[in-house]
Write a protein that binds this ligand. Sequence first.
Ligand code: ADP
Ligand code: MG
Length: 301
Amino acid sequence: MVTNSSLKERPGSTSGGGNGRGTVVMSVEHVDKNYKVGAQEVKVLKDVTTQIKSGDFFIIFGPSGSGKSTLLHTLLGLERPSLGRVMLMDKDFGKMTQDQSADFRKTRVGMVYQQPYWIKSLTVLENVAFPLFLLGQLPNQAYGKALEMLQQVGMEVWKDYSPTELSSGQQQRVSLARALINDPVILVADEPTGNLDTKSGEELMKLLSDLNKQDGRTIVMVTHDLEYLKYASRMIRVVDGRVENEYGAKEAAKLFKEMGGKRGARTVQELEVAGDTKNKSINLNGNGKTKEIKSEEKDAS
Ligand code: ADP
Ligand code: MG
């Protein structure tokens, strides 16, 4: 359903940051992130270094509470690191004011969240067009582009509805259309399938995959769902605030094959509950060494 129409490279969209395939578009170097909670300091990210390159379908994978969203927000300059350096293209977030970094994001990043937020008094079309109004575009142009984006995600027939009348899967597709309307250099999605049933989740993933494969769109996605590792061109596994390992596409697909799909279990936690990790050798490190994961013998039902 995703067509090539307007999603090709946009000249000048990277401000000289380079948008050729394989150039680094986002990076964190030795980043720590601590939060003060009362008198205590909680260490959420610990010495995280990673790079996202143009054309990547980059997945940040890990259990709930491991620091995935914090890492994503830090990569985007929404959170400042306690230590270390964060770059978006050639810009150092540490050297920008909050307003400068917000302006920078507005034109270069598209975001899809687990739970889409809507301006409820506006229609689907108006919600999708909204980011362009913020950038000062005229209504004719903004609505034309919004309709084009809705066509790309197969949602144009719903343009005059209120987003809240749509199913969760349909809402996420509209939210994807809105995220793409600025023609962002990077599309970011934090657990975008988190509230979706399996079928809608797969449909959304297929759209994301087409955007990446056909249009070369760089995607950064957070998930704790093993099922989606097969889409990654590169992946990091975050455990307790650290990057435990980095994987290429083949290793990510292998990890999915080794761990996914067992008795319908889709996450590490579900596998453990199902007793499926019993005596199973799993290559968690992507380095050929297998790690034995054992759990107590349980009835899988
Ligand atoms: P994930 O996205 O992997 O589920 P998060 O990045 O949301 O994990 O959170 C990681 C840890 O950091 C959690 O223990 C969470 O409670 C803590 N945390 C996140 N944001 C804050 C905050 N603003 N203040 C205090 N603790 C936080
Ligand atoms: Mg999260």
